[in-house]
Design a protein around this ligand. Structure first.
Ligand code: AMP
Length: 201
């Protein structure tokens, strides 16, 4: 979708995992919190997002993945976008049955080398635990183990679900059941519709 919209995909989870891999101070602080399925502090996250959104590639818009996750993050994102007179937000609320979600997340495996993502249930690699693309080994993220996934979902219910009310009519609901391709098509059409409508006003 980032190709169609010509905007960067900004994943705060990816930024944090890179910091962990690089062994930076941020990475050392974030590692334990992430492995426990908890949220990194709003203060740290705000610093990260503020810095990322000022990069040249983010000036025409962006897809934020995993941000905001709390009310203070959402409020400060609105403030940040107001300061920069950025276009309005479209919030995609992708709904998936809870047990299906646990199965999808705990089935995820990613390549240690090229970062390609597979799923043992939905998109298995040809040889177990080996990347089809580059032949390197596939691993499960520590926070994708089932118990941690359930903890992350409890954190979602407590901290992130209230954002649906905060965003109100800025939320676009997307049915997340079915294949990745089905969901991508639904998501793209909802985003295109919202972007088009905003563009007219
Ligand atoms: P994700 O890849 O989006 O599932 O994020 C992985 C983990 O990174 C989360 O479970 C949190 O520990 C941390 N994280 C990512 N984004 C945020 C955020 N916006 N606020 C707080 N913690 C975050």
């Amino acid at each position: 979708m980032r190709e169609e919209l010509k905007v960067p995909h900004i994943s705060t989870g990816d930024i944090l995992r890179q910091a962990v891999a690089d062994g930076t101070r941020l990475g050392l602080e974030a590692k334990k919190v992430m492995e426990a399925g908890q949220l990194v502090s709003d203060e740290i996250m705000l610093g990260i997002i503020r810095e990322r959104l000022t990069q040249p590639d983010a000036q025409r818009g962006y897809i934020l993945d995993g941000y905001p996750r709390t009310l203070p993050q959402a409020r400060s994102l609105d403030e940040l976008m107001g300061e920069r007179s950025a276009p309005a937000v479209v919030v995609a609320n992708i709904s998936v049955d809870r047990e299906e979600l646990v199965r999808r997340i705990s089935g995820r495996r990613s390549c240690t080398n090229c970062k390609a993502v597979f799923n043992v249930h939905l998109q298995p690699p040809q040889k177990p635990d080996v990347c089809d693309g580059c032949g390197q080994s596939l691993v499960q993220r520590a926070d994708d183990e089932e118990d941690t996934v359930r903890e992350r979902l409890a954190v979602y219910d407590r901290e992130t679900r209230p954002l649906l009310e905060y965003y109100g009519d800025r939320v676009a609901n997307v049915d997340g059941q079915g294949s990745p391709q089905d969901v991508l098509e639904r998501l793209s059409s909802v985003v295109a519709q919202h972007v088009g409508e905003r563009g007219k006003s």
